[in-house]
Design a protein around this ligand. Sequence first.
Ligand code: FAD
Length: 503
Amino acid sequence: MKDSVTEIADVVIVGGGTAGWMAAAALSRFLANGRRRITLVESDAIGTVGVGEATIPPILNFNRMLDINENDFLRATRGTFKLGIEFVNWGRAGDRYIHPFGSFGHDLHGIAFHQLWLRERVRGEAGDIADYSMSAAAAARGRFGRPGREAKPPLSELFYAFHFDASLYARFLRGLAERQGTIRREGRITGVERDGESGDVAAVRLESGERIAGDLFIDCSGFRGLLIEEQLGAGYEDWSRWLPADRAIAVPTANVGPPDPFTRSTAHGAGWQWRIPLQHRTGNGHVFSSAFMDEDEARRILLANLEGEPLADPRTIPFRTGRRKLSWSHNVIALGLSSGFLEPLESTSIHLIQNGIQRLLALFPDKPVSPVERDEYNRGMRDLYEDVRDFIILHYKATQRDDTPFWRHVRDMDIPDSLARKIELWRLHGRIFRENAELFGVTSWVAVLLGQNIRPERYDPVADTLDEAKVAAAMAEMRAAYARAAERLPAQDEFLKVAGAWA
Ligand code: FAD
């Protein structure tokens, strides 16, 4: 059967939201090269979700992979820098902590920094763990500096991502994708043709009657999953028993001051509110569980907790937390909302798209698709989704709040075994292990666990092998160095203006 294997010649992307245009930009950059045609179909009448504005540091790799100039991109998307997320009211009402990008301090003699910090804390000398992070030190001061390739510590330890207008990002990528040869077709898909034998998708039909045939289809059609679900019935794994939020109400507001270089997440009675500062406005939204709060109440809370004037009417977006059981079925790969949804608490959706694209490039198939490559893709995506899921659940489980039925519910709920094991390892000796290609590393887990008052019973005894005075001196030095370096940075809006990145 070997001679019937051919190269994929026609890739059809269904949908032109953030997922569709990210896929088009990457596939046309790496696969078009005269041998393959990339076509994207989108419907202006259906439109896009159009929210989703905060990202995590790997987005820098995606932009670099596409040779995108960072200042041009920031100007085009009205973007700002993001150094982490500030969480307010999560452990207890009134608590506040930051989950910064990058790492906390430096390990000494191979002993994890957070173990040294835990030991110092017992002695009462440690201070706030955020004082040992370059990104957190800059965020606390509203400052930013871009560490160049030549940067030395501590500035080289400043890690960042972006806040941007996701619709403008899609538009920016569309320009790039079209210049790289992507063909765009506008129109509503009203029919899908399948191959009688294999069941593969053979073509989509537009309302106009136009038929677009392909060898491989990327389903970026949003929550409905036009191909992956409506045609192929891949199935959906529902995770709402752990993550009961099922709605978001979003509203943009006018800026009241220079944008902060961090996202804020403020917990309310049955969910939480995001605040994402861009150059020209601030994105806000209230994610909540409709089983615990009605929509009018959720809207009232959102509007009562805005800093600037609303620029549009609040818009409700219902969702169901979980993932498509198969991200890749037959010759269809689902990316973006069609492949699943996890609330934007750690700003991971765009990363899940990016990761899916990079994984697809790494496993790009021939025709017919090899089950080995397809299964490898599905395995990797499942692991990634589950890692993100566990990390998000942690924020709810690790609460001491008992002021509403929602918080009592999430505090007392059963959690996945994978997460229960991690929390128990932490509780005993503050141990965190990053397994396989887990997205969130030690700093992220330490930030959230400590930030939400989950203290280990003991630190790792190996920390006692280091001289107390030397550790104390090294830590004081680190803390001072981060503070000094942050003080020398410009305010983030100044940085953006000087760099020519302010629109
Ligand atoms: P959509 O934007 O829904 O696009 C679907 C596309 O398919 C459209 O172009 C539509 O026209 C097309 N289409 C559908 N049906 C047809 C048809 N029949 N014919 C032709 N075309 C069709 N992500 C982050 O990374 N960070 C965040 O902070 C963040 N916040 C979010 C907050 C909320 C409330 C939500 C809901 C999402 C958030 N996200 C966030 C996720 C992010 O917005 C999405 O992952 C991203 O926008 C991708 O959407 P999409 O392209 O998959 O789908």
